[in-house]
Design a binder for this molecule. Structure first.
Ligand code: GDP
Ligand code: MG
Length: 366
């Protein structure tokens, strides 16, 4: 599954610094002026999973291939972006392509780094960005209503969609996001959302970018972000982008020591990746052969043939059955022959819904 998470926020809040640390490479230029990152920058980030590492050790094959998430550093969101300010429209298009958003909010004080407004007020900064997203969605809905106005004349079945679009328009006009629209479960809304891919319907994680002191203890700016995340029913995490970027070239041990010194247990970046994965409602399954063990991301509820299709479309078409064992059971027995002797390897058919942590061997015809 091509999972994409967009990093958004006002200029100079630390998006590219977070992105660089994530990609581990300094390929998104970090600079102290707005609009530095004009092209969207993309990084493929592995999703570390201790289960896969254990599997790798047990199976003893050369390669370990993690499931990945793609991060996109999206620049240029400023007040007026939806009206084309600061190359705004182009950036809004980039956001439409992603599955979830990490909204970086500046909570560090540094007189050397220019902020877009005189003071750092997280709630106002967040509102500025969110309002641009709402306006962009509103424009989509308005254009859709225009199209529907002529289409309903020939097709009365479109009337409920039209009514829904009108309701949604009213909802957005009041400054609300699509994710708080109460009719989200209706078929008409779903067809609109599927077509228009609302920016404000995407799951959001608010990431407070704090200074070193802010990591150990929440300051007033961070508390402000936490409050807003609660209000929006969104996830929250804290990251010190500057610190993370200093850790890029360190070994695992050095990093742990460094984090301990800063008074934190888990790196903010790890949380960006793991919360990003969690928010997308995904699970992982594992495959293995003589060369590699590998993890794959799938949505909850994916059937065995669909999961096989993640690996190769031919696998889905020619699917016969899947030999399945849970990670825990595999780890308990240690290898395939022990599993078989114990009668623990299950043979599953087309209807089987893959579970998180399944170790699977697909049988198929080509
Ligand atoms: N003091 C401090 N400066 C930071 C932090 N994160 C980013 N910066 C600086 O803020 C400036 C803008 O960062 P950048 O990542 O380019 O912001 P972007 O415009 O949101 O992509 C750069 O000079 C960074 O070094 C931080 O956590 N603390
Ligand atoms: Mg940037």
């Amino acid at each position: 599954m091509g999972l994409k998470i967009g990093i958004i926020g006002l200029p100079n809040v630390g998006k590219s610094t977070v992105f660089n640390a994530l990609s581990g490479a300094q390929n998104a230029e970090v600079a102290n002026y707005p609009f530095c990152t004009i092209q969207p920058n993309r990084a493929i980030v592995p999703l570390h999973d201790p289960r896969l590492e254990k599997l790798h050790a047990l199976v003893g094959v050369p390669k370990i291939i993690y499931a990945t998430i793609e991060f996109v550093d999206i620049a240029g969101l400023v007040k007026g972006a939806s009206q084309g300010e600061g190359l705004g429209n182009q950036f809004l298009g980039n956001i439409r392509d992603v599955d979830a958003l990490v909204h970086v909010v500046r909570c560090f004080e540094d007189p050397n780094v220019v902020h877009v407004s005189a003071d750092i007020k997280p709630d106002e900064d967040i509102d500025t960005i969110n309002l641009e997203l709402v306006i962009a969605d509103l424009e989509q809905v308005e254009r859709k209503i225009e199209r529907l106005t002529s289409e309903v004349k020939g097709d009365k079945k479109l009337l409920p969609v039209m009514a829904m679009a009108q309701n949604l328009k009213t909802h957005l006009e009041a400054g609300n996001s699509a994710s708080s629209f109460t009719e989200r479960s209706s078929a008409s809304y779903k067809s609109l959302a599927h077509e228009l891919r609302f920016l404000t319907a995407k799951p959001v994680i608010y990431a407070a970018n704090v200074d070193e002191d802010g990591l150990a203890e929440d300051g007033p700016l961070t508390k402000n972000v936490i409050e807003i995340a609660k209000k929006h029913n969104a996830d929250f995490l804290k990251v010190c982008a500057k610190l993370e970027s200093e850790m890029v070239d360190m070994s695992k041990e050095e990093r742990e020591e460094f984090l301990a010194l800063a008074g934190v247990e888990e790196s903010g970046l790890n949380q960006v990746v793991s919360k990003g994965f969690a928010i997308l409602d995904l699970i992982s399954f594992f495959t293995k052969n003589e060369n590699e063990v590998r993890a794959w991301n799938i949505a909850q509820g994916t059937t065995a043939p669909q999961a096989a299709g993640e690996i190769h479309t031919d696998f889905e078409r020619g699917f016969i059955r899947a030999e399945v064992v849970s990670f825990e059971t595999f780890a308990e027995h240690g290898n395939d022959s022990a599993l078989k002797t114990a009668g623990q390897m299950r043979s599953e058919g087309k209807e089987y819904v893959v579970q998180d942590g399944d170790v699977i061997l697909f049988r198929f015809n080509v």
